[in-house]
Design a protein around this ligand. Structure first.
Ligand code: ADP
Ligand code: MG
Length: 728
């Protein structure tokens, strides 16, 4: 065994949980303690300033300069009281993660003294030197002028001794360079469109919030073993590895007892998350060994997304203290379950109504059906946009790989609601309806909640499933920034709700009663969007064939999925709804392609490095051992030595042939990389990396895995899956 692997495993024998003492504080004592939220603002701000901030938050309007000064002063006072010395604008550049640059509050004064300073302008705007963040050609790197601007709808928080202020990140020419700004735009757009539709049902509805409840899946690996697997360190996934004898087939990990070390880690990061106002609620083991999940209570989408980003960061930091590393990659281990981040989504009103919750009477249910059916139609019209929004090199391993939702976008609604929609399709008459027919129809609609009560069917294989009072977008990858899918979903919903409103208004104008106009329009879109609905097994080969017949896309990899960003339909969609300009959209397409190329390039380099520097040397060492043995046998037994060396000779040959095949596959990959690297066009390059470079990975990992089970365990340099995943 290699020294590194041996020592890593040895370390494990002495691992003890890093105990987190159980304090006597209740969660309600420390929840939100490190957040400058409503409670803290009320406490530290003059009354009128507080009201003014709240109003700006609700309406999305700018905060007056003078009020900003007051907020800054209050924030500073509150933060300094907690031992804070620095502040940072916290933003989401298009790398996918978050960025921060810390500045001290303190400023020297004349005469050698110093004071703590934090003015409104420092709160409202900053100019980080942002030349090396991805911008897709929007901003020339030599004019590194982008700025961050305060997002008052997401409260500031304290990490360590730094006050973090959530901000958007934009170029001086106004283009978004981040994920937050378009998300805020999409949320604002869906609010307007949904509120307008809500006016049919309740005039008191003046605001609609898109809600998001994410479920974060992740793997935990011991630090020592992680450090002994350079592929995990550099790419976040094991590029090869023989599947362990026991994987997840016994289903004994799912919802099983949480190991003690892990449970201390969870308690630690959850407490810190709660202090930051992240309402984490659920924790459990996931399907694969060493795989876990954490989910909070849902929140308004912008806040929920900030909280998810914060949590991913926090998990990473806290894990190190507990001698773990968190893997957020979508598929760290071939052959085992991958990790996703289900995005539970709904629309909630200022009157406390969940618009995807079936109601208590026919009227409420027509409202429910309106939002329910319009969502289905939105997905039907723009499935490719939704698919593009979750495309990444990591997620490619999951989607369509027979364990996660397929790459084909479809909607699952369950048997009862399918019946309901079928009825609507049949029973709404296109001409005028008799009063009896109308009553019968409404009675039918009134039955929805009862129908749903015993409707327990759940389809785990659907990428987009209705789960009783929300839709669950399951195809989102575990490492993703939820903003991307949430921008897509809320934008397509906006477009659909606006179109719906327009059509219903036209019917009403023609003399149709409101309810009947709505039902007729719903009937029309139920018919139009029927093919996106699928209730069967999404993992099966049958579905792939069936979907093809229905004309649904099956975009299996990132470069293909991202092409959706370049169609006229998509550009029109985002431009018309005011979310992206054509330039911004093009930039995002380019950035995502670049990201993809870099990820595969790093994997290819790592694979080559490990094959040449770890795998082949181990195989050669073992072969040498065998050769020495055979040579010895020859000395003893002379011509008869072969009878005594059957196994040795066979293994020597096998090693030679595997090593030969490996070398050949590596050469192919290297050639393809060389060809791809000189390509100027980023899209062509991405396709080359996808089809040719990555196309060579399987042959390489296949031969490495065969060597892994052939070579003497003592000589194998890298920790095996069974060690990575089963040691506690
Ligand atoms: P599960 O899907 O595991 O059965 P739940 O149905 O309780 O569990 O919810 C899963 C996730 O859905 C949680 O994160 C929860 O906060 C979220 N969720 C529940 N209601 C809504 C809603 N109206 N909008 C958005 N997310 C929601
Ligand atoms: Mg769920």
């Amino acid at each position: 065994m290699s020294k590194v692997r041996f020592e890593a495993l040895g370390t494990l024998f002495h691992r003890k949980p890093v105990e987190i003492p159980i304090g006597n504080e209740k969660i309600s004592d420390y929840f939100g303690r490190k957040v400058f939220g409503e409670k803290q603002m009320r406490q530290h701000l003059p009354g009128d300033a507080f009201k003014s901030v709240q109003k700006s938050i609700d309406s999305g309007n700018r905060i007056e300069r003078q009020v900003a000064d007051q907020v800054a002063a209050a924030m500073k006072e509150w933060a300094i009281g907690m031992g804070v010395t620095h502040y940072t604008h916290w933003f989401q550049p298009l790398t996918g993660s978050t960025a921060e640059k810390h500045d001290a509050f303190f400023e020297p004064t004349d005469g050698g003294g110093a004071i703590e300073k934090f003015r409104g302008d420092m709160l409202v705007q900053q100019e980080p030197d942002a030349s090396s963040f991805p911008n897709g050609g929007i901003r020339n790197t030599f004019e590194a002028r982008g700025y961050t601007a305060w997002d008052p709808s997401s409260p500031a928080f304290v990490i360590g001794t730094t006050l973090c202020i959530p901000t958007i990140f934009i170029s001086y020419t106004g283009e978004a360079l981040d994920n937050k700004m378009p998300l805020l735009k999409a949320l604002n757009a869906v609010d307007k469109a949904a509120t307008a539709v809500c006016q049919y049902f309740d005039k008191n509805i003046t605001k609609v919030n898109a809600t998001l409840g994410w479920e974060q899946e992740y793997f935990l690996i011991d630090t020592a073993l992680y450090n002994a697997r350079p592929d995990l360190m550099m790419t976040g996934r094991a590029l090869f590895g023989q599947a362990p004898a026991k994987g997840q087939q016994l289903d004994d990990h799912y919802f099983g007892t949480i190991p003690e070390r892990v449970s201390h880690f969870m308690r630690d990061f959850e407490k810190q998350a709660l202090e930051l106002g992240i309402p984490v609620k659920t924790r459990h083991n996931e399907v694969a060994p060493n795989q876990f999940e954490c989910a909070p209570i849902f929140e308004e989408t912008n806040l929920a997304n900030d909280h998810n980003l914060l949590l991913m960061d926090l998990m990473d930091k806290v894990a190190v203290k507990h001698n773990f590393r968190v893997l957020l990659h979508e598929k760290p281990f071939a052959g085992l379950n991958g990790s996703g981040k289900h995005n539970n989504w709904s629309l909630g009103t200022n009157t406390g109504v969940n618009l995807l919750q079936p109601g208590k009477n026919p009227k409420e249910n027509i409202r429910f059906l309106t939002f329910f059916v319009n969502t289905i139609k939105a997905i039907y019209d723009h499935a490719d946009v939704l698919r593009a929004s979750i495309a990444s090199a990591g997620n490619d391993h999951r989607l369509g790989a027979n364990e996660a939702p397929p790459a084909i976008m479809s909607v699952f609604i369950g048997e009862k609601l399918t019946e309901m929609l079928d009825n609507l399709e049949k029973n709404v008459k296109s001409g005028s309806m008799t009063p009896e027919e109308k009553t019968a129809l409404k009675l039918d609609i009134g039955k929805i909640p009862e129908l749903l009560m015993d409707n327990t069917d759940r389809n785990r294989t659907s990428p987009f499933a209705f789960t009783g009072n929300k839709f669950e977008f399951r195809a989102v990858g575990s490492a993703a920034n939820c903003a991307t899918p949430m921008i897509a979903l809320n934008t397509i919903m906006t477009k659909q709700l606006k179109a719906f409103k327009k059509d219903v208004d036209a019917l009403i104008k023609k003399g149709e009663k409101k309810d009947i106009a709505i039902l007729k329009q719903l009937q029309k879109i139920i018919k139009e969007s029927k093919t996106i609905r699928f209730e069967g097994n999404g993992y099966g080969e049958e579905w792939v064939k069936e979907a093809k017949k229905r004309g649904l896309s099956n975009l299996k990899d990132t470069p293909r999925a991202l092409s959706a960003y370049t169609t006229k339909e998509t550009i029109d969609l985002f431009v018309n709804e005011g979310i992206f300009s054509p330039i911004e959209l093009e930039a995002r397409h380019e950035i995502e392609l670049e990201k993809y190329v870099m990820k595969i390039q790093i994997e290819a380099r790592m694979l080559e490095d490990l094959a040449k520097n770890h795998v082949l040397p181990s195989a050669v060492l073992y072969q040498n051992r065998l050769i020495k043995n055979v040579t010895g046998l020859k000395e003893i037994f002379g011509a008869k030595f072969k009878d005594h060396a059957v196994a040795q000779l066979a293994v020597i040959e096998e090693l030679s042939s595997r090593m030969g095949a490996l070398k050949k596959a590596l050469d192919v990959m290297l050639e393809e990389r060389k060809k791809a690297n000189v390509m100027e066009d980023i899209e062509k390059k991405a396709f080359a990396y996808c089809d040719k470079v990555k196309g060579a990975f399987d042959e390489i990992s296949y031969n490495i895995n065969k060597l892994e089970i052939t070579v003497d365990d003592e000589l194998w340099a890298l920790p095996k899956f069974r060690e990575l995943l089963f040691t506690k």
